[in-house]
Design a protein around this ligand. Sequence first.
Ligand SMILES: *Cc1c(COP(=O)(O)O)cnc(C)c1O
Length: 346
Amino acid sequence: MPQTQQFASDNYAGICPEALRAMEDANRGSAQAYGDDPWTVRAADAFRATFETDCELFFVFNGTAANSLALAALCQSYESIIAADIAHVETDECGAPEFFSNGAKILVGRTENGKLTPETIRGFARGRTDIHFPRPRAVTITQPTETGQVYSLEEIRAVAATCRELGLKLHMDGARFANAVESLGCTPADMTWRSGVDVLSFGGTKNGMAIGEAVIFFNRSLAEGFDYRCKQAGQLASKMRFLSAPWAVMFETGAWRANAAHANACARHFADQVADLPGVEVQFPVEANAVFLKLPPETTAALRARGWLFYTFIGDSARFMFAWDSERARIDALAADLRAITRTPA
Ligand SMILES: *Cc1c(COP(=O)(O)O)cnc(C)c1O
């Protein structure tokens, strides 16, 4: 039974037509298992063409697996990973990066907006160098951040230069990578390996696929043994073609970019309608597909009473996320409800 559209998460959305068609096509007849099939070759070729480099890549089921296995590949158990305080790896993965790395510690940097700076990284790397402290080995940045900010290419390059200088590997959590590419209007290569990123988790699920994320190693030597790591973690899909076929078609049709462009435009459209309402404050610049609103408690309650679903887990503000299928009419209905509530004298 179809439900009325909500904006609590971009994971509420269904599967986009291109990804669904790819799964139907992959379902015509049988094919080799565990990734030895033509679809997986086609998807890998599409990634390499899109990123303009001969990268090594792996398909896993979700973002937690992509991030934690990628970070585990970068660190020994006695080393550490520098991350922002609101990073998904720190707050939303139930300790999976620590678990899969057999104990590597996440060092949490205080941030304003989820963005790590060279100063924060340098502070950790230079702060303690004795045997009692888990040696920093990797840095992870989220692009776009959990609050919908986008690192500029200059910011990524500055972080990467600091990593090089300090002997740290750089991972990018790109659960919404496509939204960041659309936001900056740059190439995927510029946002990653050309700016010094070693490993990328590229999110397919929030981009319109049913399931699936890719782990992309631009530095191929870091991928040594990663196939075994995936298998051991229960992340090697036997019917791999149903993970890989959607990627191939998303790239070949350009749907990955169109979906992200639509989601970003919807966030912009919503923010523009509500930014000036009394008592409403847009908490973070809208640079991708998220809008965070600081609202008086009675407004939050009134919105919920009208049936709207949303989370308030970051800084108390209400989070609205827009997806590939967000409908203008529903966005306008949400904005109209917010307008009606804020203009009603208490
Ligand atoms: C959604 C998300 C992920 C992936 O989460 P899963 O539920 O494990 O797929 C990773 N990083 C960020 C920033 C996310 O928003």
